[in-house]
Ligand binder design. Sequence first.
Ligand SMILES: [Zn+2]
Ligand SMILES: [Zn+2]
Length: 181
Amino acid sequence: MICRNCGESLNDSSVIDKVKYFVCSSCGEVIEVDLNIKQLGFNILHRKESKGIHESYSADFTIDGKSLLTTLVTKADGHRDFLGCFAKGWDNLNKHSLKQLLLQQPPETESGRSLIYVCPECADIGCGAYGCKISKVGEEYIWSQFAYENGYEEPQPIRDIDPFVFTATEYENLVNRAFAL
Ligand SMILES: [Zn+2]
Ligand SMILES: [Zn+2]
């Protein structure tokens, strides 16, 4: 776990009531990780065709059944016209996302985030995207530090989204299913 404030790596933690607390020894930042395993799923996000708008079908991830895109755009107060990082017919994007989400390839963003929702026209980060840091600890994957970023400005962290913890086998199955969309 990395301190979201100063980037120091955090090793010491204590668990109280199923919540793991990391305290940064450099800056005092406290990071809470809810150890209750979340259920990752996805719904199909259909972008309807109209003038100048390309139709697409992509994966909107769900956390315990709730749309992650809805959660992000609500908290960031932004528009919701995005493409999930797995989308029908977007072969290069899909292959890239698979490697990112299964940690087979390091993220190419400066921030170290993997992109989960991208521009529905070109998938370029320059148009703005939502991403998060993905790590694997033991038999669990963790999604944390969600942010909106465009590659040329400071990422805008999405506040009050706790890290999500997923069971590795369930996570890998789900990601492979989304890839096969
Ligand atoms: Zn710190
Ligand atoms: Zn674009």
